[in-house]
Design a protein around this ligand. Structure first.
Ligand code: FEO
Length: 399
């Protein structure tokens, strides 16, 4: 297995996981990569390791450039096990002189491995280390993705080793963004943001501001997943700017499930209303929808209309399960409404509205509750609900 040259003296030495399809619940339909990078200067530096089980692949790629025991420094940008799972094995082999890590990272490594006798050197934002012709400049990025997270900037080469940020679960034979399909890259980057980075959008916005203030320039952004960015850096940064500011597209997403097709009939009538106003609408039945993919659609859709029948005084399990997941990812900036059928108690709409309140959506209607099956009058109300949400979106998004 060979290292891949990114720039003179800087290599990708990570691992490709073609087979993974479930990454702690995230459906990785295109697999993923665990990226690590190697810098050859007066000091030889390894940036991050890989997931446990991929140690040999990492060490083989390092060996294609240099004997692993010659690595002087290890930079631990992030301690989540997909990057630090191989930490013990790799440290045992390379025996680094120093390990650069944040204070939270150091504590996290000790908590994970119950061992702390490593040559740690704690770093903070602005801390710099000369490694020969080049400098490692560390930037703490707590909560992008974990409290320990940081990035490393190499100003002489304009390289940002960005750990999880700007990455994607995307296994490909090409290692660079100009060697893969751009639409796939955007799809996977969007999905990654929606399911991993979304709750930390405020921190992302702050990071983007810091990048501007520090006037950092990038020739390469090297994330811990997916491909190295070089051609599409501006595009991906622009997408991060859009997503972190909760800017949405004028699209209505109707997310629902149904027991005996009555709630579904309401969903179709709402869809009809949205369409009649000339606004794009997507209908997603939770029995047949992938929650990970669906979150990518939630990220960019301005309208969010939720539907469920009442079951045992609550929501259908598919609906409550998805909404619990969605709430944790903290979407913002939505225009919302709710609907659903019931037999006797009828709590579903109230519960759906609570979810909408919890994500601070602007609720434009009290919601439509329908006993048993919708008649023409209820379906007309549903259509009007769709029109109402669509009109509000047109006003808000200046369509
Ligand atoms: Fe790819 Fe937060 O680890």
């Amino acid at each position: 297995m060979q290292a891949v040259k990114v720039k003179e003296d800087f290599y990708w030495v990570g691992a490709i996981d073609w087979k993974v399809r479930n990454f702690h619940g995230y459906s990785t339909t295109r697999g993923t990569t665990y990226n690590a990078y190697l810098l050859i200067d007066e000091k030889i530096v390894l940036f991050d390791t890989v997931k446990h089980g991929f140690e040999e692949e990492l060490l083989a790629r390092i060996s294609s450039i240099v004997e692993p025991s010659k690595v002087d420094y290890l930079v631990v940008n992030h301690i989540e096990p997909d990057h630090a799972g191989a930490f013990l094995k790799v440290v045992e082999v390379i025996k680094p002189e120093k390990i650069f890590i944040t204070r939270n990272g150091r504590q996290g490594i000790i908590s994970h491995f119950h061992k702390g006798d490593f040559p740690f050197e704690e770093v903070k934002t602005g801390y710099e280390v000369k490694v020969g012709k080049r400098t490692l400049r560390f930037i703490e990025t707590p909560m992008i993705h974990w409290p320990d997270s940081m990035m490393t900037y190499i100003p002489e080469d304009k390289i940002l080793v960005s750990q999880d940020a700007f990455g994607a679960h995307y296994a490909t034979s090409g290692r660079f963004d100009d060697e893969v399909d751009y639409c796939e890259l955007v799809q996977e980057t969007r999905k990654y943001y929606a399911n991993i980075v979304y709750p930390y959008s405020q921190q992302v916005a702050k990071l983007l501001q810091t990048v501007k203030e520090m006037k950092l320039e990038f020739d390469f952004i090297c994330p811990d997943h997916g491909v190295v960015l070089k051609k599409h850096i501006k595009d991906i940064l622009a997408l991060y700017e859009k997503w972190s500011s909760f800017t949405c597209d004028p699209v209505v997403l109707i997310i629902y499930d149904t027991m005996w097709n009555s709630t579904e009939k309401m969903a179709y009538a709402i869809m009809e209303g949205v369409s009649k106003e000339g606004v794009e609408v997507k209908l997603r039945n939770l029995t047949v929808s992938d929650p990970t993919e669906l979150m990518a659609e939630v990220l960019e859709s301005k309208g969010l209309i939720l539907g469920s029948p009442t079951l045992n005084n609550g929501l259908l399990p598919t609906v409550s399960g998805f909404l619990t997941y969605m709430k944790g990812l903290r979407p913002r900036g939505k225009i919302g409404a709710a609907f659903g059928t019931y037999g006797w108690s009828g709590e579903a709409v109230k519960l759906l509205n609570q979810y909408l309140q919890e994500i601070q959506a602007e609720i434009v209607h009290e919601g439509i509750r329908c006993k048993y099956a919708p008649d023409k009058e209820v379906l007309a109300q549903c259509e009007e609900l769709g029109r109402l949400v669509a009109r509000k979106i047109k006003e808000t998004c200046s369509v």
